[in-house]
Design a binder for this molecule. Structure first.
Ligand SMILES: Cc1cc2nc3c(=O)[nH]c(=O)nc-3n(C[C@H](O)[C@H](O)[C@H](O)COP(=O)(O)OP(=O)(O)OC[C@H]3O[C@@H](n4cnc5c(N)ncnc54)[C@H](O)[C@@H]3O)c2cc1C
Length: 450
């Protein structure tokens, strides 16, 4: 039996995975490059938050830690759109009672580390993985405190060290015909803040994800427990406007006042933050294989880094853990079968959510404000409410339907979009959208697909 397991990276996925494994009786050690974030104050109090949805929630519930995480989350029931003319519109994410959750990345990671240690997981901080020797299964780490090289030998190793994974690199360099694809979009992102109002009040609607869609780019904001909002500007690197063109405090203030007026009015530190906070890039990574016999597997962003426009990177990594758990249930100690099937199941799903996430960028920054798109969503929602067994919108399949695989959500989404493209071409659709003839056509088209 493989009693000892090493995980590389104590991020969101590595920390959660360690809880799953230790609950099954394994002795788990995690090696993490960074120092212990629970002992260091977070960088200047900045809070970066993520949307946690049903796939992630299912995994947290499975290991019994969902309530701990719910206590640090804020439900977001829909999108609050802020148009350039100052008007606002609200779009519910799903049906009544369906929502996503804003949760601070730092808080979540700290909680997961606490819970991992409470399950007897040992975390070695400031240990950077440099290489893995697959003949001997020895992992080399640099101890960043002492500058010593440390090696450990383990039967089973998980690489959960993120999008720029050193474990993946060690795997890749010593693997014949390893497939690797890395794709940067021409847009980057920068985090900014809307501080809390008096007595920790929220200056925008608390229970919504705010979007300022502007065609080629957008600003979004998610609520934090302290009343502030973390905003993210998704913006081109080059061109006009772009990160390159907004190169002075005056230009930044003027641009924000003109383009995101109500947000700009709530951002007293805008100019300082804009030039202090990093401009970061957005990458998709696809690779194969994810595993090595019964001795190694990539998981989380290390296996499938995706752009953040569906709010699914972490949720997908948490789902990896859940799938792995069900395979441990199925195969017991047979790690060769567990890892083979893990890869077989998760690779197509990782690829699918990567594609869905890229497509959703156009939807968020542009289409959400487009009247044709809004009408289409209205027709879909009305039809889905009447025939929930026949039609679930693609967003809901991804976000609220963990029983449907990402690859199936992508497939169904394509088919449904094909049908809706035809419906939207119908003469007079703006006026007739709620007619029974539309319902009949939709039913016929679905039947013909089946
Ligand atoms: C702007 C943005 C917004 C996002 N929003 C969402 C969202 O709303 N919802 C969502 O589900 N996902 C979101 N994501 C994606 C999410 O952040 C990732 O999918 C998630 O963090 C992946 O977790 P991970 O543990 O695989 O990797 P990470 O969180 O990157 O953790 C990797 C860990 O490995 C450590 N490490 C790295 N290299 C080494 C090494 N050589 N040796 C040892 N340790 C190492 C790192 O220090 C880190 O602790 C977003 C991403 C971005 C960039």
């Amino acid at each position: 039996m493989k009693k000892e397991i090493t995980i590389i990276g104590a991020g969101l996925v590595g920390s959660l995975l360690s809880i799953y494994l230790s609950k099954r009786g394994y002795r788990v050690s995690i090696y993490e490059r960074r120092s212990d974030m629970r002992k260091n104050s977070m960088s200047a109090g900045r809070s970066i938050n993520l949307a946690l949805s049903d796939r992630g929630i299912k995994a947290l519930a499975e290991v019994g830690i969902l309530e701990d995480i719910r206590n640090i989350s804020i439900p977001m029931h829909g999108r609050q759109l802020h148009h350039v003319d100052g008007t606002e519109a609200y779009q519910a994410y799903g049906k009544e009672g369906q929502y996503i959750n804003a949760v601070s990345r730092g808080e979540l990671n700290r909680k997961l580390m606490d819970l991992a240690e409470a399950h007897n997981v040992k975390i070695f901080f400031q240990h950077r993985c440099d290489n893995i020797n697959w003949k001997t299964n020895e992992i080399s780490f640099s101890n960043l405190e002492t500058n010593e090289t440390v090696t450990t030998k383990q039967d089973l190793i998980f690489g959960s060290d993120g999008a720029f994974s050193a474990a993946r690199m060690a795997h890749q360099l010593q693997h014949d015909r390893f497939q690797y694809q890395q794709y940067y979009i021409d847009f980057g992102y920068k985090e900014l803040t809307i501080p809390a109002g008096p007595n920790g009040s929220f200056l925008l609607e608390k229970n919504a994800l705010h979007i300022w869609p502007r065609g080629n780019y957008m600003l979004i904001a998610l609520p934090n427990l302290d009343g502030s909002f973390t905003c993210t500007l998704f913006f081109p690197f080059e061109g006009d406007p772009s990160f390159a063109s907004l190169n002075s405090k005056e230009k930044v203030r003027q641009f924000f006042n003109e383009t995101f007026a109500n947000a700009a009015a709530l951002m007293p530190e805008l100019e300082e933050e804009y030039f202090t906070n990093a401009t970061s890039s957005l990458v998709t990574v696809k690779c194969f294989p994810w595993i090595r016999n019964d001795q190694f597997a990539l998981i989380g962003d290390a296996a499938h880094a995706i752009v953040p426009f569906f709010g699914q990177g972490m949720n997908c990594g948490f789902e990896d853990c859940s799938v792995l758990n069900s395979l441990m249930e199925k195969y017991g100690e047979d790690w060769s079968s567990i890892l083979q099937e893990y890869q077989l199941l998760r690779k197509p799903d990782g690829d699918a959510i990567a594609d869905l996430a890229i497509n959703n960028f156009v939807e968020m920054r542009d289409k959400v404000a487009d009247p044709v798109f809004i009408l289409q969503k209205k027709i879909e929602a009305a039809f889905s409410a009447k025939h929930p067994d026949k039609w679930t919108p693609a967003y809901s399949l991804v976000t609220f339907s963990p029983e449907v695989r990402y690859s199936e959500a992508l497939r169904r989404g394509h088919l449904q979009q094909g049908i809706m493209d035809e419906i939207m071409q119908k003469p007079g659709i703006n006026e007739n959208w709620n007619d029974s003839s539309i319902e009949t056509t939709l039913l016929e088209k679905i039947k013909s697909l089946n």
